[in-house]
Ligand binder design. Structure first.
Ligand code: FMN
Length: 348
């Protein structure tokens, strides 16, 4: 094809991406975090539904990481992690799902990202935060925070491989064992072509234990791209402290969004409405969503019941009623019995 036939295509695509970015970050963004084994498609469906019902939909969520090791993954793998790709990469309530990749080979990551884009991924996120030993021992996830040059290679290769209208982002921690490489990491991101950066404000060594060091995020605000703060946000008050200390208006909510599915709505209503009453999801309302979860798709009922119990265990942190239910069903294996326990509790 000569240049007169499609003269403006790449620049038009770039313009489309720039417009998209402007739209995405015109207001403070609120994202649902990728959490392997927690925010799977079923949980994403439930949580994005609740947020929409409360009038504050998530701006987008990110898939659990898809590990890239040796080849371009077949379509069915992408569809398994992100079945939303079958419906314009959105949950039923219209929340976009970005595809997250994890790996260490720039070229292979690029090829997989290009394929994900072909399958309909609206954006590609690259994982530099995973602390898992198996992943790190294959030079993937947070271990690459000690190799900023490799981070740069991966992000820039992905950027070049996907069409110009598809944003590419990175998700990092503050460092691997400590924060001594933060300047190098920032330098790598600055030149890589990433469209935004999400920062989980802990090192890999700090794991998931409180506190999160929100103020350290500030060091990344000199980048010319939006910065999204993440880590240890369980309440609206913590969300506001995080934004203030990090110096950014953009947040990603993780485990706090599982324990209090209404957290997103309370974060944004608390500024205008300190009482926050209309944005709360009562236990009673949450019961319907728990039943939907138990009626959702899973490999087997055993898996589903296990996953539900994991959620209920987390809900005990957010709702005192969850503890009573937990005591009642913790040894129960039968899904139907659990559903009827939930149904009965709606009539109490
Ligand atoms: C069980 C679990 C699985 C996670 N899986 C991923 C993942 O697949 N990709 C990723 O980028 N981060 C993953 N994370 C990290 C979260 O996205 C988030 O950065 C972290 O939980 C900190 O936020 P929080 O303190 O609000 O939970 C995971 C976290 C947890 C607890």
């Amino acid at each position: 094809m000569n240049s007169t036939q499609q003269p403006n295509l790449p620049s038009q695509q770039l313009e489309t991406r720039q417009n998209k970015l402007q739209q995405l970050f015109a207001q403070p963004v609120r994202l649902l975090a990728p959490m392997e084994g927690l925010t799977d498609p079923l949980m994403r469906q439930i949580l994005t539904q609740i947020a929409s019902d409360l009038g504050r939909p998530y701006d987008w969520s990110v898939s659990e990481f898809i590990r890239v090791t040796q080849h371009v993954l077949p379509a069915h793998v992408f569809y398994r992690y992100v079945p939303e790709l079958h419906q314009d990469a959105k949950t039923d309530t219209g929340t976009p799902i970005h595809v997250q990749l994890l790996g260490s080979e720039a070229q292979l990551m690029a090829e997989n990202a290009a394929y994900a884009a072909e399958l309909g991924a609206p954006a590609i996120d690259i994982n530099f935060g995973c602390p898992a030993k198996t992943v790190n021992s294959h030079r993937g996830g947070s271990v690459l925070l000690d190799e900023p040059a490799v981070m740069y290679d991966i992000i820039s290769a992905v950027r070049q491989a996907v069409p110009a209208h598809i944003p590419v982002s990175a998700k990092i921690r503050l460092g691997y064992t400590d924060t001594s490489r933060m300047d190098d990491i920032r330098g790598a991101i600055a030149d890589s072509g990433a469209d935004w950066l999400t920062i989980h404000a802990r090192t890999k060594t700090q794991g998931y234990k409180p506190p999160a060091y929100w103020d350290k995020i500030q060091a990344f605000n000199s980048l010319k791209i939006p910065v999204i703060a993440n880590g240890e946000i369980w309440t609206a008050e913590q969300a506001h402290s995080c934004m203030q200390q990090a110096g950014t208006a953009h947040l990603m909510l993780g485990r706090g969004a599982i324990t209090r599915p209404d957290l997103i709505a309370s974060v944004d209503s608390s500024a205008n409405n300190p009482m926050n009453e209309d944005k709360e999801l009562s236990w009673q309302d949450l019961i319907t969503h728990q039943i939907k979860f138990l009626e959702g798709k899973a490999k087997t009922d055993v898996v589903l019941v296990g996953r539900y119990k994991q959620w209920l265990g987390m809900l005990t942190k957010g709702y005192s009623e969850a503890q009573t239910l937990w005591d009642q069903i913790k040894r129960e294996k039968n899904k139907a019995v659990i559903i009827s326990a939930l149904q009965t509790s709606t009539h109490q």
